[in-house]
Design a protein around this ligand. Sequence first.
Ligand SMILES: C[S@@+](CC[C@H](N)C(=O)[O-])C[C@H]1O[C@@H](n2cnc3c(N)ncnc32)[C@H](O)[C@@H]1O
Length: 287
Amino acid sequence: MEKASSLNADDQALIRASKTNWSRHWDQVAKGPLPYRPGASGFKQFLRQCGGVELAWRLVLKEMDWPQGLRILEAGCGTGELSVRFVIRGNQVIFMDTSQSALECARKACSGAKNAAFIQASIFDLPFKGEGFDRAFNVGVLDHFSTAGRQQASGEMLRIVKPHGRVVVLTNDARSFIHPLVMRFALKRGRWPFGFKEGVRSLQTELNLSSKEFSVWEYGQGLISQFEFLHYLVPGRREVHKIFSRLFFIVSLPFSLLNKFPGQYLVTVVEKIRIAQQQHISEQHKT
Ligand SMILES: C[S@@+](CC[C@H](N)C(=O)[O-])C[C@H]1O[C@@H](n2cnc3c(N)ncnc32)[C@H](O)[C@@H]1O
C-alpha cells in the first residue's frame, strides 16, 4: 500500500496501472537477452547521440554534476541502462524499481559489481530513513502519474537526499508535438503497452518549492530525439524496429545540435541548499 496522504482514488489508479503495465513489459523483456550492452563504447554513444537514451544520459550526467564516488538512487530504474554507467564510474548505486524482472536485468548488467544494490520498492514509499543519498534521479517515470502523484514522488526523492544533494527528473515535455500524436496512434493499434503518459509543462511550478530551502532550475531539450518515437508507427517485429532505430541514428546525426532546443525531455533539477548557503543568501538580502 502506498503512503497515500494526498492522493485520491484516480491518482492511486494511475500508480497501480503504471506498475502493472511496466511489470508486464519487463517480464517479457527479461525472457530475452539483455536489451543493451553495458558500458557502450564512446563511438557507439557518438553514433547514437540523437537517441533518447544517449540524450538522457548526457543530461543526467551533467545535472548530477559528473558524480564519482557518490551515493546515487535511481527510483524507477527499469533495466538500469543509465545507472549501470554510474556504477562503472565508481559510484555506489541503488537500483530501485517496482518490477523484479527489470531489477534482474539490471543485476545482470552490473555482473556482480560490489558498488551496486537492487531494491524492489515504490517511489511513493522509499524504504530509506534520513538523508542518505548524494543524488536521486529518474527518467520517464513521473509522467505516468497525476500532478499530485508527481508531487508526492518528488517529495520522497527530496526527503532522502543530503543537504546540498540533488534530485534530477526527466519527464516528457508537454511541448513535444510528436509524442502525444504517436502515442495516440500506437494506442489505437495496440502498440503502446505503457498506459497513461502525459507530457509535463513545468514540474518546477507543480512543486512550488521554497527558494530558501531549494535551488531549482528547469529547461527543455530534445527537438530531434523526439522523432525516435516514430518507431511506434512502424508495424512488425523487434528486428524491424531495430532497423528503424539505426536509420534514425544515422539520419539525425548531422542535426544533433538542434537537440539543445525543447522537444522530448523536460529536465527539472532540485538542489537542497546547505545551511551555510542559506545564511549566505540571507546575508545578501540584508545588504
Ligand atoms: C520509462 S521506465 C524507466 C526506464 C529507465 N530509465 C531505463 O533506462 O530503463 C519507467 C520505470 O518506472 C517503473 N515504475 C513504475 N511505477 C513505479 C513506482 N511506483 N515506483 C518505482 N518505479 C516505478 C517501471 O517499472 C519502469 O521501469
